[in-house]
Design a protein around this ligand. Structure first.
Ligand code: GLC
Length: 596
């Protein structure tokens, strides 16, 4: 890997790090602005506290609260977006008193903590983080300091957090509490909450902090046994001294607990990437991605876009392969039950993890530092686990740039005679031949034993048998802007892309690629923009092609044409925007498929 590419990867990785919690947003623009504020430091935690992340790598997130009872259907109207934000004026805009009155109807009698802990266990997850209080201010445990809680304000009369703490202990799982420390929409003085008390006295954040936030954080860190994490969120403009005190309280009461990065001011113990953000390049330090089984965090009655077991495994392996941890959310309903299709997905993915635990737990990041066309890689010492998400028709996996000697390659879960795989090496590439029939039907795993720790050139190889996608994120760019863009699809449903846009004449996005199979490759580009655009694609010192295609406001893929690589070896491929609205044209990826 040349120095230029290495520094590009490092720059991109650090760009991925400088993001964080969203806070106090009322519009997509404001929300977008907020993401940048959490300046993160990479923290080394002591061995015991770090273990959860080092070894666990997979956790359950639960968004459950009074909003689950509404499920995004309020007074006969459906609202689309993240369910726990139903009060917000971009959703149903429910006044505080009206919302508080709903607690009388909330009676989740079918809540079964044991079944949820067992589900997490069956799913292969190592700990659970649940909303003890979200932005709506409703405590899902018996709080002595504020009666807007599930025991005092509802007919339910049980403390589900007690039950969950007990169940987690029984099943050997860690337990963590999400706590919205800054935002509290129903308590006077809370972030985005009422500005005065019931008797009309004007109050500020300090009032909320002293009367609710601090004592509640004391409660959740002293009344539920040992806890693994306190997951603060959306710090917004909370003054630093409050965060310092909260972090101290957690560390004092729970010396083994980790504090989430979204506490604010870089005072947390680890990093949380953007919501639903699976990074494309390896990220240093201790970090997690939080994601959902469907689109919303909290239960939304219409939300049936479920991740399949394969989707979940793909995203899990991508996070572990990038060096992080994956926390996947479920949103139980207002009656306390977990939506059946989330259960199915989690169980099926969990059975796969039970078959191949070495792929997920206690592993290191992929030496390639990004995904490969057929799948992704995790590593333990001198063993590589190749997870095949996209089985090549030709039946061979191609690995670019692996320099280390290989002792053996085996297909796991296969009958003995067929398990040992043939390995060939040519022009810096490794070819591993798969058998015609593969027993593993979900995600096949090839285990490669190396002679020593892997030495890999992590540059991009163009796969001879599968389409290769290379993101604009990995390009070296001149005469155009390369930057992260975040937007909400539905309200609160975040999408992320690194794009190259605002092209000047002569601007270029270039990638160094390694070709094994000479010949013609079809090139497509994924971009958005305004109107028709002429794109050029060049092989440095070789062919130039160009073509006009239309564009759309969302990212879509368009064919450009065939390009020739005359022999095996390294090439520099560049994309330039030649005609059209150069400022708006926004490139996301280039795709190569071998034709002839
Ligand atoms: C955001 C949202 C919140 C959700 C969280 C999950 O911060 O405000 O509703 O709990 O993301 O990561």
């Amino acid at each position: 890997m040349d120095m230029m590419r290495r520094s590009t990867l490092a720059r991109i990785a650090s760009a991925v790090l400088v993001i964080g919690g969203i806070m106090q947003p009322t519009s997509a623009r404001e929300m977008d602005k907020m993401w940048g504020e959490q300046v993160m430091k990479l923290k080394a935690t002591d061995a015991e506290r770090g273990q959860l992340f080092e070894e666990g790598n997979y956790a359950m997130f639960i968004h459950w609260g009074l909003y689950s009872h509404i499920g995004n259907l309020y007074k006969g109207k459906s609202y689309y977006g993240i369910g726990e934000w139903i009060m917000n004026r971009n959703m149903a805009g429910i006044p505080v008193d009206e919302y508080k009155a709903l607690a009388k109807e909330f009676n989740p009698t079918d809540f079964d903590a044991d079944a949820i802990a067992k589900l997490a266990k069956d799913a292969g997850m190592k700990y659970i983080v649940i909303t003890s209080k979200h932005h709506d201010g409703f405590a899902m445990y018996h709080s002595k300091v504020n009666e807007f809680n599930i025991v005092d304000a509802t007919p339910f009369d049980r403390d589900p957090m007690k039950e969950l703490a007990h169940a987690c202990k029984k099943h050997g799982l860690g337990l963590g509490f999400y706590y919205s420390h800054n935002q509290d929409w129903t308590f006077p003085g809370g972030g985005n909450g009422p500005k005065q008390t019931a008797d009309g006295t004007k109050v500020d954040f300090k009032y909320y902090y002293e009367n609710k936030c601090r004592p509640q954080v004391e409660e959740i860190t002293t009344q539920y046994g040992p806890i693994a994490i306190v997951w603060f969120d959306t710090p917004g403009r909370i003054p630093r001294e409050y965060v310092e005190e909260l972090v101290d309280i957690v560390h004092k009461n729970q010396p083994n607990a980790l504090v989430s990065g979204r506490a604010g001011y870089g005072l947390g113990d680890y990093q949380t990437l953007g919501d639903m953000e699976v990074p494309n390049a390896n990220v240093e330090g201790i970090w997690e991605t939080v994601d959902t089984t469907n689109d919303s965090w909290a239960y939304a009655w219409y939300d049936n876009y479920w991740k399949t077991p394969e989707d979940v495994l793909h995203r899990l392996v991508a996070c572990v392969g990038r060096g992080g941890t994956y926390m996947l959310n479920i949103g139980p309903k207002g009656d306390g039950t977990v939506p059946e299709l989330a259960v199915r997905t989690l169980r099926k993915a969990g059975q796969w993890i039970k078959r191949y635990p070495q792929v997920v737990y206690g592993t290191d990041a992929s030496p390639w530092q990004h995904a490969l066309p057929w799948g992704d890689v995790t590593m333990r010492d001198t063993t590589l686990s190749l997870c095949v998400f996209n089985t090549p028709l030709e039946g061979a996996l191609y690995l670019p740039g692996l320099k280390t000697e290989i002792k053996s390659a085996r297909l796991l879960g296969q009958r003995r005679r067929q398990a040992k795989l043939k390995v060939q090496r040519r022009d810096g590439w490794t070819k591993i031949q798969l058998p015609a029939r593969i027993s593993e039907k979900l995600v096949p795993v090839v285990q490669v034993e190396l002679e020593s720790r892997p030495d890999v050139d992590p540059g991009w190889g163009i796969d001879p048998s599968l389409e290769t996608t290379i993101l604009a994120q990995f390009a070296t760019v001149t005469g155009a802007k390369q930057e992260t863009r975040r937007w909400m699809e539905k309200f609160g449903e975040w999408k992320h892309v690194v794009r190259v846009w605002q092209w000047e004449q002569g601007g270029k996005a270039s990638w160094e690629v390694n070709v094994l199979q000479p010949g013609y490759y079809n090139v497509d580009l994924t971009y958005n923009g305004k109107g028709r655009i002429v794109w050029g694609v060049d092989v440095e010192g070789g062919q130039h092609i160009q073509n006009q295609q239309n564009s759309s406001h969302n990212y879509q893929r368009f064919p450009i044409g065939w390009i020739n690589f005359p022999g095996p070896g390294k090439y520099t491929v560049s994309v330039s925007c030649l005609e059209g609205d150069l400022a708006e044209a926004s490139l996301k990826a280039i795709h190569f498929t071998f034709v002839d």
